[in-house]
Ligand binder design. Sequence first.
Ligand code: ZN
Length: 366
Amino acid sequence: MFRANKKGWFISGITIATLISGIIFLFLTTIFLIIVGALGGSIDDQNIEHEDGGSGVICSPDGELNEEKWEQYFDDPRHSGMLMGYGDDIIELSEEKGLDPVLFGAITLHETGYGKSVALRTKNNPGGLMESDGKTLQTFNSIRDGLEAMSVTLYNRIIVDGLVTIEDLGNVYAPIGVDNDPDNLNEHWVPTMKKLTKDMGGLTINCESMKDVDMDVIGGRSWVSPHTKTITSSFGYRQGCGTCTTLHKGIDIASEGIKGTPITSFADGKVTVSDSSGTTHDSNLANMGTGYGWYVEIDHGDGIKTRYGHMLSKGIAEGRVVKAGDVIGTVGSTGASTGPHIHFEILIDDEQIDPMSHVIPFLADQ
Ligand SMILES: [Zn+2]
């Protein structure tokens, strides 16, 4: 009887041990699936087509946000979970910070497992931002607040640190071969982001346009548009509105297909203004407003400054030090503009002068 009892206990022991390990196994599997889900494993659920190979970096063909595709994500809870309806906030914050909304949106969706992450659900923290202790997730009052904090981080990485490509960002967001990534999930970050930004209609800025361009520097100076040397309007008085004439205080540079192409710095210097003046609408309607739209001013020292108007979106950040020929923004049509062009000014002691004599060396091979 005793032995049988003992045997009975023994069998029960095995059963209990099996049960416990079964429970532990299920528990661990669930946790693993949650982590994989949060890291974007759920992409396969999203029915997203396969990448077409190549470098994978896809830019929006017209440099614009593809609204239809954008809405497919942010107006549909299956694709954005708790981030549904926050598409406009992401666009607004992007415009404020000079970020590409497609890149911001894609990172947000990816980092939250399409709006389902625990950090988002319980702490309004879409970016998974940590407290200064590096261990605790920050808590925000609203998802909008969480998105705003995330936009600041992205601004610091992309605009201040200059990590403009998905690869650059991947090295920071999901470094490969680090201790806290034993299963090498981070190696999926870059390809997934490329696929996602493509499926969202393509990047709109900080894309091809922000790559380095090869500009001839002559005497420490550079032409300001790698796309064209065509000057469509010169410095001086011109008909503004029938009988009135206005002084055009710069030169206009444009040619077919210039929209979305880079604008480069005329000389070495420091960015003193990167802001908007007048409307920031990018429209082909005549004179949507007044002003430069998004523009950049660079101080080259010795009383010389340059200005670049009507950019597509916010250009390079204030305070950045640039070299002649560095990319500082993207051609658009914001402000008082009837079509995509660069309005380029040279100022001496804060007064605009005719830039022609200074740009002649670059026009010689026209
Ligand atoms: Zn102009």
